[in-house]
Design a binder for this molecule. Structure first.
Ligand code: COA
Length: 173
């Protein structure tokens, strides 16, 4: 590093981000957690006004898939988004940062940009499933574990390997 500042940009996800997103996904998740290109392409189309990417001088280096939902609802792994017409929460389905760009504050900033957009839209909460021991990262962002899921959502939660946990954060005070 020669002291030159590193610049990042944030924008809504676009159709032609698919290849970069698949690459970042492959870097970050084991085979059993990889979601299919068709499903991801559908997500870009379904949730482009709530999902974001970060770019550096080389292109897309992080993505966040998020959509308007209801508290207590869970998207199964590789499942379709069910977007709520009267949402109370921003569901963060997947956040991943390219290996080269981790530890630079990109993940935290991407999530905070999504929170600001949600607040402007009057969305009161955010929720997610923490996987791959990421609950500490989410805890730093104000999320707390919620254990009151109904039986259907518990089944959806169990589509994720390891010890997935459902977490919630208030966005509006
Ligand atoms: C988890 C992930 C999104 C973090 O992104 P990042 O840009 O590297 O994180 P940031 O640089 O914004 O770090 C923000 C803070 O979280 C901490 N942190 C980062 N990754 C962490 C992790 N896996 N566990 C615990 N803390 C973590 C950082 O040290 C930093 O702490 P600070 O606020 O005290 O400085 C990224 O490592 C990643 O893509 N992981 C693989 C995919 C994944 O598991 N995503 C979560 C799905 S639920």
């Amino acid at each position: 590093m020669n002291g030159t500042p590193i610049a990042f940009w944030y924008r809504s996800v676009q159709d032609d981000d698919l290849e970069a997103i698949l690459h970042i996904q492959a870097e970050n998740y084991p085979r059993e957690m990889q979601e299919s290109p068709d499903v991801i392409a559908e997500r870009i189309a379904a949730a482009r006004d709530t999902s974001l990417v970060t770019l550096n001088s080389q292109g897309v280096c992080a993505y966040l898939f998020a959509y308007h939902s209801l508290l207590g609802r869970v998207t199964p792994l590789d499942g379709k988004f069910s977007i709520a017409s009267k949402p109370d929460s921003l569901y963060l389905h997947d956040l991943a940062v390219s290996r080269q760009s981790t530890g630079l504050g990109i993940g935290r900033t991407l999530v905070n940009v999504a929170f600001e957009l949600a607040r402007m839209r009057g969305i009161s909460h955010s929720a997610l499933i923490a996987v791959q021991r990421s609950s500490t990262f989410w805890g730093h962002l104000g999320f707390r574990v919620y254990n009151g899921l109904d039986a259907d959502s518990e089944l959806m939660l169990r589509t994720y390997p390891g010890n997935p946990c459902y977490m919630v954060k208030a966005l509006l005070s």
